[in-house]
Design a binder for this molecule. Sequence first.
Ligand code: ATP
Length: 770
Amino acid sequence: MTDKKGFEVQLEEHFLAGAPAIYIQSAEEARVDELLIRLKQKLQLKRIHEWNLGYGWVGFDNKQPLSNLESSKTELEHALLALLDADLEQSLIVIKGARLALEHNTLAVARLKQLLNSIERHHAGECSVILVSEAVCIPPPIEAQVTLLPLPLPSRAEIKALLAEVEARGQLLVPDHLSDLAVSGLSGLTYSEMAQLLRMVGRQTTTLDEQSLNTILHEKEQIIVKSGVLEMVRVDAGVSDIGGLENLKQWLEQRSTIIRRLDEATRQGVKTPKGVLIAGMPGCGKSLTAKVAAGLFQLPLLRLDIGSLLGKYVGESEHNMRRALSMAETVSPCILWVDELEKAFVGMGGGNASEVTARLLGYFLTWMQEKTGAVFVIATANDITALPPELLRKGRFDEIFYVGFPNPVEREKILGIHLGKSGQHVADLQMDELVNLCRDYCGADIENSINEAVATAFIHGGALTQKHLKDAIGSTIPLRETLREQVAKYEDLFEKLKLRPASEYQGLSVAQMIKMAADPNHVKREEVARNPDCPGDQLERLSKDAQRSVAEAVYANPRCPEHVLSIRLNVRKGQPLYDPAMFKLACLNGNAPQDLLIRLIDEDVLDDDLRTSLAACAKGEALQTKLAGDRLASVAAGLIFNPSLLPRVRAKLLEDGKSSIKQAFAKHPELPESEQLLLLTNASAALKATLSKHPRLSAAIQMRLAQDPEQEVRVKLASNPILSREVQQVLAGDLRYPVRRSLSENPGLSLDESHKLKLKKDVMENRHRW
Ligand code: ATP
């Protein structure tokens, strides 16, 4: 954690306060040396003794061994003997590589302890041992005498100073307008990493520009990756890439307003947002949201893979966690995305692992609580059963969201987004059908299905069709099925914990439905049975409900599974479980298997009414074709008005030529000109009269009918309000009174005023003659 006081001040204070040993946790030995030199100068110390693993005692200024390496023993336990009669007044004793030197070395630890005791007794406040190492290892015997001071990564001010030095040396010019960006680009790196990077850029250009900034960012990504604890994620997703999750998106948008104007917000007493925990189903957009948030907040995104923090050495996990968090703080303002948070806490049950995870948790919680920098944490987790309750308590995170399987509105949006990304036109597709087909699918399942369909269409060399999509959705096994038990467990828990839903309320959640399906109150069970998003297994259960209205609601549910319908359709009249109302509902359900319905028609099981009703909603081609051949005119009429009637079946019906069918067609509101023409060929007067009233009659057909020899046809036509002015003029020239009267009463009459008046006067004068 970055302390509010500067590191140098803390070092000086601990030294003066008489700390016998100070453990500087850092891998930057050169930077530590500079700090010690400044301390020596400031406090006017006499000397700095330095010991390192390779050469034993060395000159602090030149790092040259002080004794003959051939003849003397350089190990710490021997080297410490040399201090027995050394002058320790006003001095620092630096031990580099402290962890390796002390680990498993009881003699060295014991001798060091003697030295610390002696400093405590005789030289408090004028001498300290400075232990330096990247990783911390403080052996228990000296624990009480050692003060741990992790050296934070260089601050923005220190980076600025370094840039000024580089500029002063003529190594690289940093224009003012790029200075802040350069500091942000370098933050999170050690001094030596920064110096190396700047040298590299300096070799390519004399003045820092956008391109070299990109190089810095790229190299920084590599360095951050190499650290093994964080990954820098490039973001190219925007809010519009997330389908649904409206509550979560809105919440993030609000937080982004604060983060983007943090200084102003802080002045007005607004607390810096800490972060959010997004828990929920796999593949439902948690990671996507973290990426989108980075774009929204206009901040870099650092991903922390908790699993990779867990080390095999004592203290390694904590060290890694500390390093990751401090790196994030230095890069701040930034978003720290803690992916799969639950992984850190899997061992909490007991044993040694649980001690480590408990310490990790403690450290993480304290950091969350105390962090002052603008590091916004987005933690994501699938299995929140593995998370310790402390983490879920309010106050740790600003909010905890639950992301469930997408509801129908969200599925439509997700389909639209991914179809759009593949360059497909949604307008040509029946989205309702697709939305229904991918009911149990998470966002990732939907994306996979679309990718699959697009690939299939390409392989077959054609445009993407509804069928490609339906086949791909059908052949994708949704996550909900693969992880059935786990999903049920999560859903149950999310419901119990009453987490805030990421999606806008769109009716009942699956967890709520599962609960309600077992409710003793039949009204509640019925509500679930009617819900088109009710999971199939629940519908199957409710189809056997003792309450009749509940079972009926299941058969009427457009999502009723095929096998549940088949069972009902196989119960025939006369059998004990036969129920005509439920049989009818099952027949008319769009999911009822076509082959079974065709068999029932062949066996004459479906009466006239049922076949007529079925014709009005039948979907598949085989079933529609079967019904198109039905002897009953009402069945054909039902088919003609069926909104899902397939063009091939429609054409077959038109060709059929039965007058009742033609009459039905002539009344169909959607009748293209080609079909109007077909109907007109060899049409009877009655058919032409019906057609004359059609609200979409084409101009050419209007004209043909206006010249029809049959008066009945012209009379009907004259009353059609959509007639063109030319046709009205032709009819106005008709001398037959019934035609003229019908035209004069036409509400769409658009003749010019003099013609209109003449026509009306004519009709008035002649009315008695007819
Ligand atoms: P996991 O827990 O398995 O990591 P996750 O919840 O983090 O899953 P993502 O990785 O965000 O899920 O989702 C995988 C992919 O699925 C996304 O990259 C995106 O393409 C698609 N996806 C998921 N949910 C949505 C959504 N709501 N809108 C658009 N696309 C989505």
